[in-house]
Design a protein around this ligand. Structure first.
Ligand code: ADP
Length: 171
């Protein structure tokens, strides 16, 4: 039986940390569905179309990968797409508590779907979409942390905005 995993996230925007998880996931699973959450509550910087476009451009065409959007319960989306595995990445201990809660809650909702965690690549352990947005908003370079298309989009997005020194990172 072919093994399909669903990799859910906000991907606002996709980073090289996400790509590392996707590449390693592809070595294990026959098919990977990247499920982009609408997540209006998180007030994403990029809308759903932009987030999907950046993912598709970064990954190129791949016969084993599809990019979809979803809202609502993840386990229902997994069931609909015939994925038995939810793939998530783990960085620091700080990710653990939330991921632990979500994995148990999802199992409670549907015990046929298993959550599988992959440890972050060492080079990406400090990398998150929020950090990348913060640096870009302050005029810092994010080259090497995100695919080229993402770094170009971030530059466009923040071009002409007033740089402040109020964030975590010095401008
Ligand atoms: P969410 O809002 O669901 O947390 P994200 O786009 O932030 O969406 O993350 C999606 C998944 O990718 C999560 O499992 C997250 O832990 C993982 N992830 C994000 N950045 C990294 C990274 N640098 N290394 C490993 N996993 C990561």
């Amino acid at each position: 039986m072919s093994k399909t995993a669903i990799y859910p996230g906000t991907f606002d925007p996709i980073t090289n940390g996400h790509i590392d998880i996707i590449e390693r996931g592809l070595a294990i699973f026959d098919r990977l569905i990247i499920a982009v959450a609408l997540n209006p509550k998180k007030a994403p910087l990029f809308n759903i179309e932009e987030r999907i476009e950046m993912i598709e451009e970064s990954l190129g065409r791949h016969p084993k990968v599809s990019v979809e959007t979803f809202s609502g319960l993840l386990v229902e989306e997994a069931e609909r797409r015939k994925a038995r595995v939810i793939l998530r990445g783990l960085r620091a201990v700080s990710d653990f508590e939330y991921e632990f809660q979500m994995a148990l809650m999802n199992r409670n909702l549907n015990d046929k779907i298993e959550t599988v965690f992959m440890m972050t690549g060492e080079a990406y352990s400090y990398l998150s979409s929020s950090v990348v947005k913060e640096i870009a908003s302050l005029g810092g370079t994010v080259d090497g942390l995100v695919p080229n298309i993402v770094s170009a989009r971030l530059k466009e997005t923040f071009a002409g905005t007033n740089l402040t020194n109020e964030g975590v990172f010095p401008a």
